[in-house]
Ligand binder design. Sequence first.
Ligand code: NAP
Ligand code: ZN
Ligand code: ZN
Length: 348
Amino acid sequence: MTSVKAYAAQSAESPLAPLSIDRRDPGPHDVVIDIAYCGVCHSDVHAVRNEWGRTRYPIVPGHEITGYVVAVGNEVKRWKPGDTVGVGCMVNSCRECSACHEHQEQYCERGMTATYNSIDKRGDRTVTKGGYSTRIVVNEDFVLRIPQGMPLDRTAPLLCAGITTYSPLHRHGVTTGAKVGIVGLGGLGHVAVKIAKALGAHVTMISHSERKKADAEHLGADDFLLTRDPEVFKSHAKRFDFILDTISANHDYNAYLNLLRLDGTMVVVGLPEPAPVSADTLIQGRRSLAGSLIGGIKETQEMLDFCAKHGVLADIELIPASKINEAYDRMVKSDVRYRFVIDIQSLG
Ligand code: NAP
Ligand code: ZN
Ligand code: ZN
């Protein structure tokens, strides 16, 4: 066991603060990673503040991890000290169910082991602790290779925001000329705009923040709809083939569904509290509403390679760990440009 420095919350009401945590000694199939950067996902905020009601304290969040391999277990062949690697939202799964066999470990029928706040059922049965820490020990099959030349700070957010948006855009066949709406210009949304553009789509940013219009253009969006003006839901009805909804707060899904054309699909990835969907909204226009959870490990590697090829990186605000509570407050106010990333060196 090695003691490492981390940032943790002790309850839903308490701020994140320094804490020493233990990392296991590497087993034969483990990879020991010194963390360089960790992105800050809105899911971290939901979890720390117990907005999903299943948080185990103390919680060490963080599932957008990049860093360097420093040691490997004696059976590990694929990784060696010095490799630049990433870890996303999962650190294990059963490997035996049909979802695991189909490389969709995030839907493991026995439950994937999340990078934090999950009981490590196939490991030491402790509660997993995430990337707001200096070191992590991960099974070799859940480690991602960072393509050469990608900067580790701007790549870190791709490990969650990248795969969560790439997977549905790719799976639903978004391609050249598709009329795509991305709802919510935050961490997920800004990466989604870049990926959808790289896939050749005509991309409209749909936002409730007027101040983000110029940024949306700068990120590559072809158009911008400001939802504070209710008229846009009328004047742009039936316009989009595909909508990706990344909103982190409660909102009316039906309003956005009405923006879909005949046979259009809206995929929800944002995870606020449940809200009603009207059957009539789906029936009128044979629309589909779907969800999507991150992506499998194979697909995550594919996404990293795609982003390397197309020059897709996150736009980040690098912060020391001591600024994390301020960063959470800003994220809740939609004041993020466009992903906070913790410089893990600041943990000392
Ligand atoms: P984020 O950076 O905070 O961005 C969320 C964006 O939602 C905001 O920037 C804002 O964009 C919009 N928004 C916030 N409050 C709103 C409101 N009241 N009305 C309308 N729009 C609002 O969050 P994120 O890290 O991208 O995460 C987004 C959501 O995805 C979270 O719920 C997170 O838990 C979830 N998530 C899901 C998965 C998955 O696998 N399905 C993976 C990762 C994250 P504008 O200012 O442009 O309107
Ligand atoms: Zn995330
Ligand atoms: Zn499984």
